[in-house]
Design a binder for this molecule. Structure first.
Ligand SMILES: Cc1cc2nc3c(=O)[nH]c(=O)nc-3n(C[C@H](O)[C@H](O)[C@H](O)COP(=O)(O)O)c2cc1C
Length: 185
């Protein structure tokens, strides 16, 4: 039941500050990530950790990607994009390492990485840290794949922004379970 309580109390927190989990804590979290369900054991998971100064490099990469995608950005929008990785002390780029398999389509491999990402969010919550999953224009396109130096078969499916909650947290939404669940008899 402890696990269920932790799952139920996870909250996405966009307002993040130092500290982020250290590398020893991340090791435990990645062990959890690698327990994601995975059809045919393809291991379609790649996590790229970006901390400190490297976040500026990621910001430059975002800007270059947007320009190459033909985005018409004002100088203000360019600056905003460039500093967007600084919104958290640490980010994890979620890149699906898509493999050709007769029985396992791309969508299943992306779902598996999504499950791994959720395991990371839960691990982070369990250790008292906070995070939010973001996508936007810097995901699901071949330009960002190439700008990140990944091979063509990779699909960037999003970014986990990770740190410590600054205290500004929304209430956990309450759902009517019956709106989402149907029981056949
Ligand atoms: C695949 C995916 C992509 C998302 N992309 C964004 C995003 O780009 N920006 C954003 O503000 N929230 C994004 N979200 C939503 C937040 O991560 C979060 O789920 C939402 O704010 C609701 O909060 P909760 O997870 O605590 O219910 C995304 C969620 C998922 C699953």
């Amino acid at each position: 039941m402890e696990t269920l309580k932790a799952i139920q109390s996870r909250n996405s927190i966009p307002f993040l500050e130092e500290p982020a989990p250290n590398s020893k804590q991340m090791l435990e979290i990645y062990k959890g990530a690698l327990r994601a369900p995975d059809h045919a054991n393809l291991r379609p998971w790649k996590f790229i950790e970006v901390r400190g100064e490297a976040r500026n490099r990621l910001g430059e990469t975002f800007l270059k990607t947007a320009i190459n995608l033909g985005e018409d950005l004002s100088s203000e929008q360019k600056d905003k994009l460039k500093i967007s990785p600084l919104r958290a002390p640490m980010l994890i780029i979620l890149a699906a390492n898509i493999k050709d398999h007769p029985k396992v389509p791309k969508i299943e491999q992306i779902i598996s990485l999504g499950a791994a990402a959720q395991n990371i969010l839960l691990g982070i919550h369990e250790l008292g840290f906070a995070a939010v999953w973001r996508t936007g224009k810097m995901a699901f396109n071949s330009e960002i794949t190439s700008q990140l130096g990944l091979d063509d078969n990779f699909e960037v499916i999003g970014y986990l922004y990770i740190g410590t909650s600054s205290g500004k947290e929304k209430p956990i939404p309450e759902h009517k379970i019956e709106e989402f669940v149907e029981v056949w008899s």
